[in-house]
Design a protein around this ligand. Sequence first.
Ligand code: GDP
Ligand code: MG
Length: 440
Amino acid sequence: LGRKINSALADLNKAPVIDEQVLDGMLKDICGALLASDVNVKLVQRLRTNIKAAVNVQEAGAGINKKRLVQKTVMDELCNLVDPGAEPYKPTKGRANVIMMVGLQGAGKTTTCTKLAYHYQRKGWKTALVCSDTFRAGAFDQLKQNATKAKIPYYGSYTETDPVAIAMEGVDKFKAEKFDIIIVDTSGRHKQESELFEEMKQIAAGIEPDSTIFVMDGTIGQAADGQARAFKEAADFGSIIITKMDGHAKGGGAISAVAATQSPIVFIGTGEHLHDLDRFEARPFVRKMLGMGDLSDFVEKVQDLKLDQNKTLMKNLESGQYSLRDMYEQFQQISKMGPLSKLMGSIPGMPADMMAGSEEEGTKRLKRMMCIMDSMNDTELDSDSTPFYTQPTRVVRVARGSGTSVHEVEEILSQYKRFQGMVKTMGGKDGLFKNMPTDP
Ligand code: GDP
Ligand code: MG
């Protein structure tokens, strides 16, 4: 999907003038890609109408502004689709917050329950799990196993067959023990049968959840619309978690679910393990869907940091040229800006040990690298590091000048190579810079 939409947007760049015809052609490509990604047909039509209304090609300015306007509108409209603007439930301190999870069997409820509990636990909430799935054989064992791994207290029963009774017992027990967040896993059955919905309603009536979360498998495609509607009607959930968004999952199902229920997505599951739960944010989600992954996140952050005020650097980045001096200047800006670790995390190729330790240690490491680079001369700084390889004595000189070791200088050079490789991928004719919608 990403590639198709990106190439549609890139075609826009090739067109000398953008008229009605060019815009229509591009919209056709984009809508085709969205349909192929299982976005609901009606939504795609609405998107097309909205973009056409927002981009009045006759009235928009000329050249680059018009292109940017189109790109920005496409991006904004896609973001609107996954963001209904509703505030999701937030747990409050000092009381028990009961969260009930609903969804079809296999959607990922049990897995997600533990991930969510783990997420809150790490943030300092006293969290517990309740298994009220008496339908699936081994359901309690599965939850028990997950909860034990995450060191989260749990409640369930091998003998009790009434899910409502177990749910109420578990919630009461953890409420009495002053837990902050109690997450109740429910059964999913095989299809949307009336028994399932009846069971959900009874459990909800019994435990009176503060929040009900609908867990949906992100790979179900066009079925998302109907499934989300059915659960909304039966369980009146407040928010959504989309699972299995790792690998090649299409984002279309997620978009459809939000649009059908006007309920916000709060998290996405990105794998089978405890840590594989990401807070949902519309813009990065759409970017990922468009195939504009980590690199553009990096670029966006660089721009956030107002590095674009440094015109030469941005020009160099765009053209795919990148010297040691560019890297030095980036370090300089980064060390001024912080929070460093967060930014470091988004820089591809950044070795793990640079991010290790505290904020302070990271800044120190960066300063040390800059210190070493201060011993480089102009020829070296403005180069692509070639002089160091043709004349290795330069490495020795820089090491001596900065009171460090040859090894450390070589580290910086290989660091630079990684950055340079990354910039080459981003810049150039087909690079990300060209296709990236630019926020004004
Ligand atoms: P439930 O029936 O709704 O409780 O679903 P489960 O939690 O038992 O999950 C069903 C299957 O989906 C299991 O094999 C999980 O490991 C898997 N699963 C759940 N969430 C994710 C996810 O985000 N990514 C991947 N790849 N697998 C997931
Ligand atoms: Mg389950």
